[in-house]
Design a protein around this ligand. Structure first.
Ligand SMILES: Nc1ncnc2c1ncn2[C@@H]1O[C@H](COP(=O)(O)OP(=O)(O)OP(=O)(O)O)[C@@H](O)[C@H]1O
Ligand SMILES: [Mg+2]
Length: 535
């Protein structure tokens, strides 16, 4: 069991939650919900012990398995090591032991330290660690040959499996997962659902995917109104019950506002008169009511609108026989196409079929692209007259460097833009007031994505290249993005697993069917599906 007592967290003027007490029981599977920036990842870090609460206490079992929101964090480590890092004390002991053994001559002190380290390794089952990790990986369908590879070489679906193995390493009593379905295709999500419903301990998972939550969770802990309320049932059940709670809170709020208005009226009317003491007490009452700020719902919709500085030529991009592969294996085997201005192309297909690879290959020499991590093996790629590319990478978090603020980072892209313009854009994307001064390191997953949209809205390119933009976004933001992409007059290349986006945005489909093959269909997704049935 995990229990939380009187926990409060706030950053600057923003209260995430105040005085929260709740428990998470074994055998139950909890969804942790709330819009972008509500404090879900923060709360999970409190549960795992990565972060100390500003007030209150958390009691948790000794061994917890954690899957963090940043799935790229382990890219430079080997797969098998990544799993063993699930037991951090063991991993650090193993590392230090290795360093000591590598020294040419050991001092007495080193010898003593080695003795201590051997103790830790033995206690943490270190002698079977590699074998245990390998067994877990095999069970999660990561075959032996991948175990020695770097995490960065794996594709999304495989990465999540390895990170799950890391979380499960050492049989934890509770499993904490932060947005595990990001970067997964539908089949992998179904696999994960199956897997999680069989987990026996306490499961807590953050997700913006309501289908996933409905399939997996038995309870829902929702962050809103500066508190956390636990409902019975999955996401849809929560929404139903929450509407009732919400109308109660909102009527309390409006009663309070009415009360304040009445008191103020009394004060205004009699302040010059003889009822001095009554006016005084009413003033105090107003102060009291006003200082306890009204808890408002944190659900809000950003306003996304993509405009172009100027349109591109009729054929913004043309390419021939593009081949791109890794280590002798051609992922894209000679694909050619010509894009018409205004086309909205959806790239669809399972994890690992080469969608991101093709995008990156095409971005070579793209005007306006600043991602250096692109290349092509052979073929010809030609960007057309006046083409300007705005790129939203799958790992977009990496394109926002740490150590600056949201506002500074954004302004640096267009130094001649006025402060008002920058602030206006930030406000549209829900960074209101002092929120723009937030350090970039602190941005939540969804906030980082919203800041990337700000950059594109500022630069106004005429070709948008989006690689899974809805990962990390909450429902409101996904809807806003959907509308913005529909209304955009330029050309779009969009990788997505989101059925609504496919349905409502795409006017052309590139379906990656595997083995390096890509079907090119001009027309909406609906027609493509019908045509595919006829084949
Ligand atoms: N060190 C910090 N300084 C200032 N603000 C912070 C800091 N750490 C977190 N925040 C803010 O706290 C809020 C909650 O962040 P958190 O990452 O927990 O959100 P989240 O609910 O996980 O959102 P998402 O769905 O986008 O992942 C955000 O507005 C974030 O910017
Ligand atoms: Mg988060």
């Amino acid at each position: 069991m995990i229990s939380v007592s009187n926990v409060s967290m706030r950053y600057g003027g923003k209260i995430l939650f105040e005085d929260v007490s709740t428990t998470f029981q074994p055998g139950r599977r909890y969804g942790l919900t709330g819009p972008n920036g509500a404090g879900k990842s923060t709360f999970m870090k409190l549960l795992s012990g990565e972060l100390e609460p500003q007030k209150g206490t958390v009691v948790k079992p000794k061994k917890l398995g954690v899957l963090k929101q940043d799935q790229y964090a382990f890219d430079r480590f080997r797969v098998i090591d990544t799993v063993i890092m699930g037991n951090l004390p063991l991993w650090t002991a193993l590392e230090e032991r290795e360093r000591l053994y590598e020294k040419p001559d050991l001092t007495d002190e080193d010898g003593m330290r080695l003795g201590e380290l051997e103790g830790v390794v033995a206690e943490e089952d270190g002698y079977t660690a590699e074998a245990d990790a390998a067994t877990l990986l095999d069970g999660l369908d990561i075959p032996e040959p991948l175990h020695a590879r770097k995490m960065g070489e794996l594709q999304g679906g495989q990465k999540v499996r390895v990170l799950l193995a890391q979380a499960l390493f050492g049989n934890p009593a509770a499993l904490l997962l932060d947005e595990p379905t990001n970067y997964l295709d539908l089949e992998s999500i179904h696999w994960l659902q199956e897997f999680l419903t069989r987990y026996q301990g306490t499961l807590i998972t953050i997700s913006h995917d309501r289908h996933f939550l409905n399939a997996v969770t038995t309870h829902t802990a929702d962050i809103d109104y500066q508190t956390i309320i636990t409902y019975t049932g999955g996401y849809d059940d929560m929404v139903l019950q929450k509407t009732q709670v919400r109308s109660r809170i909102e009527s309390e709020n409006s009663q309070r506002e009415k009360k304040i208005a009445q008191l103020n009226e009394f004060i205004a009317r009699f302040s010059a008169g003889t009822r001095a003491s009554q006016v005084m007490s009413r003033k105090k009452e107003v102060e009291r009511l006003q200082t306890t700020e009204l808890a408002r719902s944190n659900i809000a919709r950003p306003y996304i609108k993509f405009e172009m500085k100027r349109p591109s030529g009729k054929t913004p991009l043309e390419f021939k026989d593009v081949v791109k592969g890794y280590g002798g294996h051609a992922v894209i085997q000679g694909f050619s196409a010509s894009l018409q201005r205004g086309q909205k192309i959806a790239l669809m297909g399972r994890n690992g079929v080469g969608k991101t690879t093709l995008i990156k290959a095409l971005l070579k020499n793209a005007p306006g692209n600043d991602d250096p991590d692109v290349a092509i093996d052979s073929g010809a790629v030609e960007w057309g007259h006046e083409a300007q590319v705005g790129y939203f990478a799958q790992d977009h978090r990496g394109s926002i460097q740490n150590g600056t603020t949201a506002e500074e980072w954004l302004h640096a892209w267009e130094p001649q833009a006025s402060r008002e313009e920058i602030r206006g854009l930030l406000g549209q994307m829900l960074f209101r007031g002092e929120e723009g001064a937030k350090p970039t390191d602190a941005l939540s997953g969804g906030e980082a994505a919203r800041l990337m949209f700000c950059k594109l809205m500022l630069q106004k390119p005429n070709i948008l290249v989006f690689d899974e933009p809805t990962n990390h976004l909450d429902l409101e933001a996904i809807n806003a993005l959907n509308v913005a992409l529909q209304k955009f007059d330029g050309t779009v290349l969009l990788v997505t697993h989101d059925e609504d986006l496919l349905d409502e945005v795409a006017t052309r489909i590139w379906h990656f069917t595997g083995d390096g093959k890509i079907e090119d269909f001009i027309g909406p997704y609906e027609e493509y599906k019908t045509a595919a049935v006829g084949r």
